[in-house]
Ligand binder design. Structure first.
Ligand code: 9MR
Length: 559
């Protein structure tokens, strides 16, 4: 029995068009359902269940309970005689508010090289990884020799590990900035309830909190750029610290690892975007960001072949994030620079070097693919070529229609096909939903919007395991997240999206054992266990699309 969370309209009222729906897992078909107020058990709604359907990804037979007509706020339970009662769920205009703020705050709590002393969660750790001030080159290139040290202080830790990586960093900041660009009024000063150290460091800036926080990562990314414009891939230790290691205790040498052209493209994309958005607050900083973007792009222009790291095999204490092609990221870089500067030479680069990518269907935004961001930048640039714009528009809508078809045919209305329960499936679900929100902006269609909201319902618990994959939200919350700081301090950290079900866990032995005999369906291939890093780790790029979606769906008290 999985209750569906409820969305409120932008007006702050529950909108009549937004379906509220629970999913009932059945062994014997049932016909009717009731919604009861939690206090007092008063029946507030009676309805008829949809016909049973077999859900392929979960192996469940499910029926849906639509109670869109229920117009009351409060806390309720859904009941089906002979089947049981759901978890209590709330219908209220501010139902996503705390999840939204938690996801924003999660970035502050991931800061590296910073004292974290957070009165809200109780999380505390001292200054850590200060050896990043002298991160050692792992290899020699034409600029630095092996062992030479560079200042790489700053940024966020990537995940449950302490590595700092360019590509998930860039794609994360880009999605946060996109959320800001869509609805700047959603992001205010004071909303992130910064711990005192963060507020103090921010000083008397006019920036909304979100841009204070993204600047923390942007500043680090700037340090990752080589003198010739290319961008190094990561900074990390050469060994994985144990899960009991507090950040302050991890005193191993930290290294700078080799550059990639796909990362250089992502860097150019996010810097060009940031240059545009910081401009009204800080023109000098904006200029610095734009120069960095142009330098990175110039490197790509001069180096047309994809390139991925001279030290590719060095992943013994950090993630590979390997991608050996870079066309999508080149597209994003050029399109974003075209949008920010209006300079036609960037559009010319696209038509000369990447002509087929205008009509290529975008994939979900993630470190593996930046094309959707490039498409979006081109679609929203001031003077794109009308026929190329139409190609991009059509490709975007075709991708959205395919996603919508999957969502509508799925027992739990997820965007994932049965073979898409892979690493980071929970992130992928929401990111697919976000493509629908973007499509809705191009060609308004309520079905797109509702299907995007379905993905938020999915991660918050209306799914085949019943877990909310977002820590701190939902009825059955993840408890044993693969996160060193959480585990070593024992402090529950809200706002972290875990990977979710994963039917292709690679080397994760726990998860491998779970799926080995083939009886666990893909949508249930999940373990809420500390060691299950392929299903239960969090990463900054997992939560990023959730911020975008929650910014879209939340209305909160701005008074
Ligand atoms: O999110 C990443 C996923 O897409 C990859 O398939 C996986 C294996 O390479 O790595 C995931 O990222 C991890 C990274 O490599 C290291 N930090 C933790 C990340 C989340 O598990």
């Amino acid at each position: 029995f999985i209750p569906r969370t409820t969305r409120q309209g932008k007006s702050g009222r529950v909108s009549a068009q937004r379906p509220q729906m629970g999913v009932v897992v059945v062994s014997e078909p049932a016909t009717d359902f009731e919604v009861l107020s939690q206090e007092g058990g008063e029946v507030v709604y009676n309805g008829t269940l949809s016909a049973p359907m077999d859900d392929v990804s979960s192996g469940d037979t499910v029926q849906q309970a639509d109670f869109s007509q229920l117009r009351r706020t409060g806390t309720f339970v859904l009941q089906v005689d002979g089947v049981g009662q759901s978890y209590p769920f709330r219908i209220s205009p501010d139902v996503y508010h705390s999840a939204f703020i938690d996801t924003l705050r999660s970035y502050t709590l991931q800061r590296a090289n910073f004292v974290i002393d957070d009165p809200l969660t109780g999380l505390y750790h001292g200054l850590a990884h200060m050896q990043d001030a002298e991160a050692a080159m792992y290899f020699s290139d034409e600029f630095y020799r092996e062992g030479q040290t560079l200042d790489m202080l700053g940024g966020w830790y990537d995940a449950g590990d302490f590595g700092k990586y360019t590509t998930p960093g860039a794609i994360t900041v880009a999605q946060l900035l996109l959320a800001y660009e869509w609805a700047p009024e959603t992001f205010t000063q004071g909303q992130m309830l910064f711990p005192a150290e963060v507020a103090e460091a921010a000083g008397d800036t006019e920036l909304p909190d979100l841009l204070v926080e993204t600047q923390w990562k942007l500043d680090w990314l700037l340090k990752m750029q080589r003198p010739d414009g290319a961008v190094y891939h990561k900074v990390s230790g050469a060994e994985w610290p144990s899960m009991e290691t507090r950040p302050e205790e991890d005193d191993q040498t930290r290294y700078v690892y080799g550059m990639s052209t796909y990362g250089t493209g992502m860097f150019a994309g996010v810097m060009a975007m940031a240059a545009r958005l910081y401009e009204p607050f800080d023109p000098t900083y904006s200029e610095q960001l734009l120069t960095a973007a142009k330098d990175a792009f110039q490197y790509l222009e001069a180096n047309p072949e994809p390139y991925f790291r001279e030290d590719e095999n060095q992943n013994s204490g950090s993630g590979p994030y390997d991608k050996h092609e870079d066309a999508e990221e080149r597209f994003w870089a050029a399109a974003e620079l075209f949008k920010t500067t209006g300079d036609a030479r960037y559009e010319r680069y696209l038509t000369e070097h990447l002509p087929t990518y205008f009509s290529e269907q975008p994939e979900l935004i993630g470190w593996l693919n930046g094309l959707a961001l490039g498409h979006w930048a081109y679609l929203t640039a001031e003077h794109p070529d009308p026929s190329l714009r139409e190609q991009v528009n059509q490709a975007f809508l075709d991708a959205a229609d395919a996603i919508l078809e999957q969502v509508e045919g799925d027992g739990y209305n997820t965007a994932l096909t049965p073979d898409q329960y892979t690493w980071a499936s929970a992130k992928n679900t929401v990111a697919l939903g976000n493509l629908l929100l973007m499509a809705n902006a191009l060609s308004p269609n309520e079905a797109y919007e509702n299907a995007a909201l379905d993905q938020i319902h999915y991660i918050l618990g209306r799914n085949a395991t019943g877990y909310s994959y977002l820590s701190g939200s939902g009825a059955q919350q993840v408890q044993n997240v693969h996160h060193r700081t959480w585990n070593a301090t024992g402090v529950y950290i809200p706002g972290l999206l875990v990977g979710g079900p994963n039917n292709h866990p690679g080397g994760d032995p726990l998860q491998q054992a779970l799926i080995e005999d083939g009886t666990v369906p893909p949508a249930k291939a999940y373990l809420d266990e500390l060691e299950s890093y392929s299903t239960n780790e969090y990463a900054i790029d997992y939560t990023a699309p959730v911020v975008f979606a929650l910014a879209y769906f939340s209305t909160f008290d701005r008074s």
